[in-house]
Ligand binder design. Sequence first.
Ligand code: NI
Length: 201
Amino acid sequence: MLVRSLEKIFNRIFKPKVQKSTVYQLGNPALREIARPISDVQDREIQQLIDEMLITLTESKGVGLAAPQIGRSLQLVIIASHPNARYPHAPQMEPTAMINPKIISHSFETEKGWEGCLSVPMIRGLVPRYREIEIEYTDRQGDRQLAKLTDFVARIFQHEYDHLEGKVFLDRVETTLDMATEAEYQNILQTSVQSNAAHKS
Ligand code: NI
């Protein structure tokens, strides 16, 4: 009990309150910069940036966020797949911070799937992405990790990785025919749910 209260007091004094950040919107030149690698993961500012991004992502109900989206041109992304209204079939995972991520290899095969972006509100687009990728990154403890990602999680990663190279998903949409407003996207989702149900019955 005493330890708990001391910890609370310590946190109040030494840990600055982490707040949700403003997400920069399409047109802001910050989204077009090439992000710099992070040299010291343990740096307090970097750890705080990770916490800020986690809060921003949770409050925006997003599945991924890259540091340039909150105006920090650094190679840091958060991947946080979870099922929600926009992606009802998304797998559930612990939000994961990936520092200095790299794509080591990828499948030959690509697949088109719907994407949106907190920096591009109200618009959705069908984007071709590799179905499978092998990646490496440094985690927030500073350890280098290898991972194999597939389907939706691989898609999120490729989307966030693009942000580090100054790209947004609209740059990869093949034709404007593959674009939809958020409201029409919801209609498309409903229709596909109904047709799936019809196939099953
Ligand atoms: Ni995005």
